[in-house]
Design a protein around this ligand. Structure first.
Ligand code: ADP
Length: 315
């Protein structure tokens, strides 16, 4: 049985008057690999801050550890790269050592063992030769690895990453996801946020669709349905399944109108003068008649996750 690491129990969070999260029930268990997906402003970063324990719920409870008793849970947090001051005068090695600073039992200078450990982690992440380089002089992928290294030096049970693949090229995104998968195979639970459905979300074993509330949770094929995506983004999306892969795209209304006109060419006058055109019948299924949903049987909004080893709605 996979023990819970973090549990959101009926958690709401409000900034001033603005309720950003509404009655969230989620359990993150040992070994989980979870993507939190939703549009900008959906509350994804707030969700991570609650999981990291840096903010407390306005309502409900956060439980940490198998007994929910706030036993020290070792967490590693990888912030969004946009929030980091890359001109701050530190080297790669110093950034990674800062990961140890939160441990109050340590003296404020690094021991030889600490430095050895930093070198080992950097080597493992393929950036060992960059230890003495200033963080400003790194590529996007290298910067991402430095902050993953800083989180790993705390030997976390759970790694929380805020948009780890945004603003990086395709190869780097692939490498970062690959690295996260191998860390997960070594037993580290991973929770990351992403707004990228195709490149990221569809490749993560377990998803939470969040837009201020949990709209769905489960495996990508179960939760990435037209109904859930409409609830998530407030717009029609097309889902195509090809060779077991999900491809998701939005349907701009201009395209949809154009497409419908092609489908019903005989109904639509080529040119129109004088009077109002006849109403165009969208037939209730416009926009997503041609959408292929992977599993309509699961097309509901609160599907519980079947695998208790991953994230699941708590109730
Ligand atoms: P996401 O990560 O999905 O973009 P966030 O959790 O960052 O969403 O933000 C959710 C909402 O909360 C947004 O409307 C944002 O403007 C607001 N918000 C975030 N942080 C603060 C804050 N410190 N003070 C006030 N409002 C905030």
């Amino acid at each position: 049985m996979h023990h819970p690491i973090v549990e959101f129990r009926d958690v709401s969070f409000t900034y001033g008057e603005d309720r950003v999260l509404d009655r969230v029930n989620v359990v993150i268990r040992e070994g989980a690999f979870v993507g939190v997906v939703g549009p900008s402003g959906a509350g994804k970063s707030t969700f991570l801050r609650l999981a990291a324990g840096t903010i407390r719920p306005t309502r409900g409870r956060m439980l940490f550890g198998p007994d929910g008793d706030h036993r020290a849970v070792r967490l590693g947090v990888v912030p969004q790269t946009e929030t980091i001051d890359w001109n701050f005068p530190v080297t790669v090695e110093e950034v990674v050592l800062l990961g140890l600073a939160a441990d109050s039992r340590r003296v404020p200078w690094a021991s030889r063992t600490d430095r050895r450990e930093v070198r080992d982690i950097l080597d493992r992440l393929g950036i060992g030769e960059l230890a003495r380089r200033h963080i400003r002089n790194l590529s996007g992928g290298q910067q991402q690895r430095v902050f993953i290294a800083r989180a790993l030096i705390r030997r976390p049970e759970l790694l929380l990453l805020d948009e780890p693949t945004s603003g990086v090229d395709v190869k780097t995104r692939h490498d970062v996801l690959h690295l996260l998968h191998s860390l997960n195979h070594e037993g580290i639970a991973i929770v990351l946020t992403t707004h990228d459905l195709n490149a990221v979300a569809a490749h993560i074993p377990s998803l939470i669709c969040l837009n201020r509330r949990v709209i769905a949770a489960g495996r990508p094929h179960e939760v990435l349905t037209s109904a859930n995506l409409k609830a998530l983004y407030g717009a029609e999306m097309v889902i195509v399944e090809q060779g077991g892969m999900l491809l998701i795209g939005d349907v701009p209304s201009a395209f949809r109108d154009e497409h419908d006109r092609d489908e019903h060419a005989e109904d639509v006058p080529v040119a129109h003068f004088g009077e109002e055109p006849p109403p165009h019948d969208h037939g209730g299924g416009s926009g997503h008649d041609h959408a292929v949903t992977p599993d309509p049987g699961h097309d509901h909004t609160d599907a519980p996750h079947p695998d208790p080893g991953h994230a699941e709605p708590a109730r």
